[in-house]
Ligand binder design. Sequence first.
Ligand SMILES: *Cc1c(COP(=O)(O)O)cnc(C)c1O
Length: 233
Amino acid sequence: MSTRRDQLAAGLASVGRRIEAAAQAAGRSPTSITLVVVTKTFPAADVQLLAELGVTDVGENRHPEARDKAAAVAAPLTWHFVGGLQTNKARAVAGYADLVHSVDRERLVDALADGASRAGRHLDCLVQVSLDPPGAADSRSGAKVDEVPALTDQIAAAEALRLRGVMAVAPLAADPARAYARLAEVAASVQAAHPTALAVSAGMSGDLEAAVAVGATHVRIGRAILGERPPNR
Ligand SMILES: *Cc1c(COP(=O)(O)O)cnc(C)c1O
């Protein structure tokens, strides 16, 4: 019978092969892509096993689940916060997260900056960009494309924050390749104004190839490594 450790190792190997193949197809080095293993809903014991299997970056989408896991796992890991973030939880998240992928409004920037400075930390941030067509009903979180310049400037100007780039989730109904191509355009204009904001966080279990093809530097993978979750998580 295979152990949880074997299952996770198999998932990591298979996702590693997919990233390598996608990078090769795009003429990119696989080392230019950071695998963020999204461990939401799974126990801290899984995070510990992943760390033992060589994972360096993990992602969570809810506070306080993220805080509790970060406190429970002793292994040195980079913690990514990838979920929609309420302003009243931002100060707490700024105390333990290393990179927040989901910054999408000015009040959130203020709260993260305040939390990071109180904690005596520097917090890396990505602006989450909505790739929904205008007027889409199932609107996912993220700043509208025309709001991105003001937000990136605001983050760059905050003492305790560091602007690292952009992030998006492909809209449910859309072709991920087209959505991620749009994100790549937004990333290029952010980089023109902020040359060190090079990160592009895109690609999940179902569509990482489309994201790597247009330059994703961070892929966020849950199910393909850890297995299925309850619906809507
Ligand atoms: C859950 C989640 C992921 C991982 O999705 P999978 O389909 O399990 O790979 C990636 N990004 C965000 C923002 C998520 O909430």
